[in-house]
Design a protein around this ligand. Structure first.
Ligand code: GLC
Length: 470
């Protein structure tokens, strides 16, 4: 079976979020199961010389986008056992950032159209195109809009990584940029309120829809979680499945991580204590026999920072040390800077993103706090588990599906349900109490470190869906 994974970012080439991690891992895992999975993405200027030197130029062509005719170069690279295609057009992709341009709608429409138009020119044809989020949501619409017959037996799967970003544009874009007929708007397939909504269109027009955890798939029937698209989801729930993402266990491995002062593993976990001491020295935290609670996240409201700001003083008063790593909204950035000043040696605010510091925190912390309002899957809790930092999470979406609550013989963390500072605090306090029972905690930590988080389980579920479609 041939699968083309169409995506707007992928590790190791370009990353802004968890989507890139999935695109960097799932195709590899599909290949390991005998599928010829290939990936296609835009050749942004952010993809540097290091990679470009290794690429082969395949051909160029011109893409019709409504009345426009735009150059499109195609490059190819083999990396990690996977074939990668890159769509080149400097006008669209030589920008300072990969998203957030005034013409994002046109840029990703170009990419989507290019993916479709170049297929007959490749010496390879996919049975399935797996599209991801709004940036590639036009692909299923273009596939069904085609009249050449070439795409008749190609099936499309649309994966929702986060329904918050739907790709909404004024109605005029439909004919003027996308080159699609008003019929798609008038029939309601692309229309939401008075906008063109790409995610809605893809949900209707794809042969199948997946999302990144079973719980999120259920939550999407609710207007809060679906950001207004709950009825669209309900209408299409017959072809929707939630599959929990995996973790790239080679990349996130405390036994080989180059940023750690001492490597460790479930068989030899002692290095974790050295990492904790090292982390305290690096961040200027007191070295005391108390737990370290960490938070690695974008500092935005829906990650639950209103709860953390509300409860931080009371949590710190239990003698723990608290570390935050991430950037985001001003009010949270200043809140944590100010907390660091108030609690010298006990709170560390790292308003930045650094791979090295993230690794050191995953390894040196005892607990990882994630009180998200909504979380389609989430990666932080999985990395934390692998590094023996026990997750404390709100039981939503992928957090609920990846963390089994204490106490139980199979527990991997602590969960709470209510979105309130009290519920979170109660659970944090409970985790702190258990931490002081050294034997129990050690058992829990080891269970996290050996948990099977690999992609092979998820890849099998994707394959089952692909198989059912062809
Ligand atoms: C989005 C979601 C996140 C998920 C990631 C990969 O970023 O917000 O929860 O882990 O996509 O699917």
């Amino acid at each position: 079976m041939n699968v083309l994974y169409a995506v707007s970012e992928a590790v190791p080439f370009v990353k802004t979020g968890g989507l890139a991690d999935v695109a960097g891992s799932l195709p590899k895992a599909l290949r390991a199961q005998g599928t010829d999975a290939r990936v296609i993405l835009p050749l942004y200027s952010a993809i540097g010389e290091k990679w470009r030197l290794k690429m082969n130029f395949c051909f160029y062509t011109f893409i019709n986008l409504a009345w426009r005719r735009q150059y499109c170069g195609v490059f190819k690279l083999e990396y990690g056992g996977v074939v990668w295609y890159f769509i080149d057009n400097e006008y669209y992709f030589k920008r300072d950032s990969i998203y957030g341009c005034y013409d994002d709608g046109e840029r990703f429409a170009f990419f989507s159209k290019a993916v479709i138009d170049i297929l007959p020119m490749l010496d390879w044809k996919p049975d399935i195109i797996n599209c991801n989020d709004w940036q590639t949501a036009l692909i299923p619409l273009y596939v069904r809009d085609d009249s050449t017959g070439y795409y008749n037996n190609i099936k499309t799967v649309f994966t929702i990584h986060n329904i918050e970003y739907q790709g909404r544009f004024g109605k005029d874009i439909l004919g003027d940029v996308f080159g699609l007929s008003d019929e798609l708007y008038n029939s309601g397939i692309l229309r939401y309120e008075n906008d063109v909504n790409l995610m809605k269109g893809a949900i209707y027009k794809s042969d199948y829809i997946t999302t990144v955890s079973p719980s999120y798939a259920n939550e999407l029937r609710d207007s809060f979680f679906a950001c207004g698209l709950h009825e669209v989801i309900e209408d299409n729930s017959y072809k929707l499945t939630g599959i929990l993402n995996g973790l790239d266990i080679e990349r996130y491995d405390p036994s080989t991580d180059i940023y750690l002062s001492e490597n460790f593993s479930p068989e030899e976990p002692d290095g974790k204590a050295a990492c904790k001491a090292d982390l305290c020295r690096e961040l200027g935290l007191e070295e005391s026999d108390t737990p370290i609670i960490a938070c690695i996240s974008r500092l935005v409201g829906h990650k639950g920072f209103d709860l953390i700001s509300d409860a931080l003083d009371r949590i710190v008063s239990r003698g723990i040390r608290f570390i935050i790593l991430g950037t985001g909204e001003d009010k949270y950035e200043s809140f944590f800077r100010e907390a660091e000043n108030r609690y010298k040696g006990r709170v560390s605010a790292n308003i930045m993103y650094s791979e090295k510091r993230a690794s050191m925190i995953y390894a040196g912390a005892d607990m990882m706090l994630m009180p998200s309002k909504s979380e389609p899957c989430g990666l932080t809790q999985m990395i934390a588990m692998r590094y023996g930092s026990v997750p404390i999470v709100r039981a939503v979406g992928g957090l609920k599906d990846s963390v089994r609550p204490y106490p139980s013989d199979t527990a991997t963390g602590f969960t709470f349900l209510g979105y309130s500072a009290e519920d979170m605090e109660r659970t944090v306090n409970y985790a702190i109490d258990i931490w002081y029972d050294r034997e129990k905690w050690h058992e829990l930590m080891l269970r996290d470190m050996v948990e099977d988080l690999s992609w092979s389980r998820s890849a099998k579920e994707y394959l089952k869906i692909y198989d059912s479609l062809i």
